[in-house]
Design a protein around this ligand. Sequence first.
Ligand code: TTP
Ligand code: MG
Length: 264
Amino acid sequence: MRLLLPACARALRLRLRPGAPRPAPRMAGCSGDASCTPDKPLTNDGKKKTLICIEGNIASGKTTCLDYFAKTTSIEVLTEPVAKWRNVHGHNLLGLMYQDSSRWGITLQTYVQLTMLDQHTRPMISPIRMMERSIHSAKNIFVENLYRSGRMPEVDYFVLTEWFEWIKKNIDVSVDLIVYLQTSPETCYERLKRRCRKEEKIIPVEYLQAIHELYEEWLIKQTLFNVSCPVLVIEADHDMQKMIEKYEENRDRILTPYSLRQCL
Ligand code: TTP
Ligand code: MG
């Protein structure tokens, strides 16, 4: 169900430079359920913790975005544990999955879920943490894609789903803001070919199209799964320089905890 945006969020508008009209960033809705409210544990100095997750297709520029904020702010930044997925006691699980996703998809996703849980539950040293992806996209996008495309048996899907639901109920994996780097699958395909991560060489553009569709269903149409926090959408098909401009334009919107924003 798509829910209405809180009035405060609706009021937010991109600050435009004179003479440079730009479309306002879109803020998708917040369901107003418990995981959206600022009831997370406090840091040592008594301030509320804020978790911002950067989401988007493979090669949409998530790590670049995180690197930029790591360099230009004092917030805590957690990049994705891809290195762990490529070396599980000497086994390249990511590589195995791409070679035979029907056999290794469930194994990789079980491990991704564990490593993401580890990221979500690490004690925060700064009041604001920015993280690459989340346990939510691992499940809602990648597990869902394997299942829908017939490469994950139903029973495996249900076991992973039960684990995921148990985690959400018993452990705080809530997110305060999702920044969705929205790209075309074709752009991601070009970037993927350029960066040449060896396991990903066999990814066809159709795979990126399927991931893109799921992201759109989840975060834009909000018809796939519940979205429990605000979503800031940033168009991310642009070159690096233009993306940095976009991050600067949206800096306050990204870094000011939602709960503390004043209505404009
Ligand atoms: P991404 O999370 O998309 O990271 P990235 O570094 O490729 O993206 P960006 O350039 O935007 O920083 O995925 C890393 C690899 O792991 C990619 O090949 C997709 C794969 N993957 C899965 O197979 N299952 C999962 O649940 C996740 C999260 C990733
Ligand atoms: Mg990355």
